[in-house]
Design a binder for this molecule. Structure first.
Ligand code: HAM
Length: 423
């Protein structure tokens, strides 16, 4: 039989890799809690029209990338390509606004997009994100960016610059669209077929087309109109308030007039964090304000702002920077080969585990030499050789290559001092 392999673009996360994921998940949970955000878990599939309605029919995500199928009940179903639409659907369905406003809801989990797999671009990938619903104040835009900044700072990421643009209220955008279409008319012969169509249906989408011809026609033209030149006075004021807030929190940013983001629901600030070292897939996080979506999906007229971070890309950005090391100290308890499961060593291993420390034992009754090889391969910090009683154990520090004799009690205290317990 042909070997069965994982679907391309949907990689396994293997032992040895999972630990880093757990560390990131822990840091995310910590900061979400600190900011008073509550976790929400929505299904990974939803009715297709939820995504079409919120993300927009003209976007690449809805037009080209969704995993859509008809289920046995004849329903049109899609694997979620992002989290925002589902969070808002759930918020409306369960009248969560009744719990008081504003609310910050956060989520973490797999998302699905049928993109061409490459480094940093997968078909199943993971996001964590936060949606703050029910506050129009621009301080909340700053708050979600600051939250993301603190998470990535805690994970050791340096040079955390945010890229910003402001795509404004309906009035600003209508004014801008007229000007943009005039410009696009002038470069029409350089645009791809999709963009020629989008020029008339949804011209902002042309700005995030990845086809090289379109990119060049827009980015290299001196005539390209900037949206920030068409903002209403109120929009300009809001944009300034956000930039001032970012400065107050010492968050570095740069402005990019081309940034519109690939989803239709944005109404104000849009932002991304890009890591140039990731090449073509440089955005590790994206977000913005979307004041019309709750109403659009049938809920009350509530503003919202949020972000989502791609965890695979975050890991790529962290790699090589020594950004994270797991704090857990493994102890490999060496079992004398001639003893059975009732040995002192097994008692020690059991006690370590009861206290929440990671203890590995050899169940194969191998030689001490073979167990030491296994201990070193497992990445254990300590190897424990237990004597006839608990008062004389030899503790080998695998990192320092030193060995000393102590009581089991003293060893437990040492682990406690080093802060190792999964509690
Ligand atoms: P997005 O920009 O489509 O925004 O995705 C957010 C992040 O998910 C990206 O910056 C990227 O890191 C990651 N990502 C997207 N597609 C892939 C892929 N194929 N492979 C790996 N990583 C990927 C959203 O999803 C919005 N829901 C963000 C938001 C939340 N806006 C407001 N609230």
């Amino acid at each position: 039989m042909e070997p069965i392999r994982a679907i391309k673009g949907a990689p396994d996360i293997l032992p040895g890799q999972v630990e880093l994921w757990q560390t990131i998940e822990g840091v995310v949970r910590k900061w979400m809690r600190v900011f008073g955000c509550e976790e929400i878990r929505t299904p990974i599939f939803e009715e297709t029209r939820l995504f079409a309605r919120s993300i927009g029919d003209d976007t690449d995500i809805v037009g080209k990338e969704m995993y859509t199928f008809t289920d046995m009940g004849g329903r049109n179903i899609t694997l979620r390509p992002e989290g925002t639409a589902s969070v808002i659907r759930s918020f409306i369905e369960h009248s969560l606004d009744q719990r008081g406003l504003p609310q910050s809801l956060w989520y973490m989990g797999p998302m699905f997009r049928q993109e061409r797999p490459q480094k940093g671009r997968h078909r199943q990938f993971h996001q964590f994100g936060c949606e703050l619903i029910g506050a129009r104040q621009m301080t909340t835009d700053v708050y979600v960016i600051w939250l993301f900044d603190l998470i990535t700072k805690d994970l050791g990421l340096e040079n955390r610059e945010i890229t910003l643009n402001f795509i404004g209220c309906v009035e600003s955008r209508e004014r801008y669209k007229t000007e943009l279409v005039r410009f696009l008319d002038r470069v029409e012969n350089l645009l791809c077929d999709d963009c020629r169509r989008r020029k008339n249906t949804n011209p902002l989408r042309v700005l995030d087309c990845k086809v090289p011809g379109c990119w060049k026609a827009i980015h290299e033209s001196s005539e390209f109109p900037k949206i920030t030149d068409y903002l209403t006075f109120e929009d300009l004021l809001s944009y300034d308030t956000i930039k001032d807030g970012l400065k107050r929190y010492e968050i570095e940013y740069k402005e990019d007039p081309f940034l519109v983001r690939g989803l239709d629901y944005y109404t104000g600030i849009v932002f991304e964090m890009n890591r140039p070292e990731l090449g073509a897939q440089s955005a590790i996080m994206g977000g913005g304000r979307y004041d019309g979506l709750v109403r659009e999906l049938g809920g009350p007229d509530l503003p919202a702002v949020g972000f989502a971070c791609g965890m695979e890309r975050l890991i790529l950005a962290m790699r090589g920077k020594g950004a994270v090391s797991s704090k857990s100290l493994k102890t490999y308890v060496v079992i004398p080969p001639d003893q059975n499961g009732d040995s002192m060593a097994m008692t020690c291993a059991a006690e370590l585990r009861r206290k929440g420390h990671i203890a590995i034992v050899d169940y194969l009754q191998r030689s001490v030499k073979a167990q030491m090889r296994a201990a070193s391969k497992s990445g254990a910090r300590y190897a424990l050789f237990v004597g006839p009683d608990m008062n004389h154990i030899d503790v080998r520090d695998m990192e320092q290559s030193t060995q000393e004799t102590m009581t089991f009690e003293a060893f437990l205290n040492r682990l406690a001092d080093q802060g190792d317990a999964n509690t």
